[in-house]
Design a protein around this ligand. Structure first.
Ligand code: 1GP
Length: 242
């Protein structure tokens, strides 16, 4: 169990680990308990909780369920300032640096700070970088931003360095939830060799091979979302994470 009082530092110094992504939306209602159990029973450092959009009014109720039952830190990963909630330990305070939409670069963040302060959430500043995975993802559609061309290594690095120079604690290279493929490992290696802050990688991870390649490329955290929803089975996930 991680020490919540210094979650950010603990995660930064972890070397390599896993984040479970839990989307607290209506679509996961019937499997939410299974997902929570799976996260509890496996080697996840924390759960990222949030979604691009929530289709009903039960977001906070589900978050409470997650917070009460999960024996790991709950880190909000909000799609907008509306998803800031008290049933969490921390928040991945992201800015969508790959995009040029002020709403996701700074406006939603400014809207969110009052509640973040009121709830005393631990803040983890993170540069969020959406990469082109070959097909349109929810983040792209909702944020109305263009992902970075993942073959332009220098541009991806420069965005990652911007996150570092802003003083952010992590850079999150995102291929989009449910992406057909994972991020090019040569790109991860190139970025990791040239920045000093830890890298979170997510989007389209489906197998142990994917995880090992991403780990060997120098990433610090791998995010599993869709896979957990498709197979919320502790044994399966345990084989994957071991
Ligand atoms: C999305 O990177 C995460 O923000 C997880 O992606 O759902 O494809 O695992 P998947």
């Amino acid at each position: 169990m991680l020490d919540n009082s210094n979650l950010k530092k603990t995660l930064q110094n972890q070397g390599f680990g896993f984040f479970a992504l839990i989307d607290p939306d209506f679509k996961n209602d019937t499997i939410l308990d299974q997902i929570i159990e799976c996260v509890n029973n496996n080697n996840f450092s924390a759960a990222l909780v949030g979604g691009s959009s929530i289709s009903d009014e039960k977001y906070s109720q589900r978050l409470k369920q997650i917070k009460n039952k999960l024996n790991k830190p709950v880190i909000l990963f909000p799609g907008s300032s509306n998803q800031i909630d008290k049933y969490a330990d921390a928040i991945l305070f992201t800015s969508l640096l790959s995009g040029r939409n002020p709403k996701y670069l700074i406006e939603e963040q400014v809207k969110g700070v009052e509640l973040i302060k009121e709830y005393g959430l631990s803040v983890i500043p993170t540069g969020y970088i959406l990469l082109d995975s070959g097909s349109k993802t929810a983040v792209e559609t909702i944020s109305k931003t263009t992902p970075l061309d993942s073959s332009d290594y220098k541009n991806v690095l420069y965005h990652s360095l911007a996150a570092q120079y802003f003083g952010m604690d992590f850079v999150y290279l995102e291929n989009g939830s449910g992406a057909g493929n994972t991020i090019d490992c040569k790109l991860i290696k190139y970025v990791s060799k040239n920045i000093d802050i830890p890298i979170i990688v997510g989007g389209g991870i489906k197998s142990k091979e994917d995880i090992l390649s991403i780990k060997n490329s120098g990433a610090n955290f791998v995010v599993l979302g869709t896979l957990l929803e498709q197979k919320p089975n502790s044994e399966f996930i345990s084989t994957l994470l071991s």
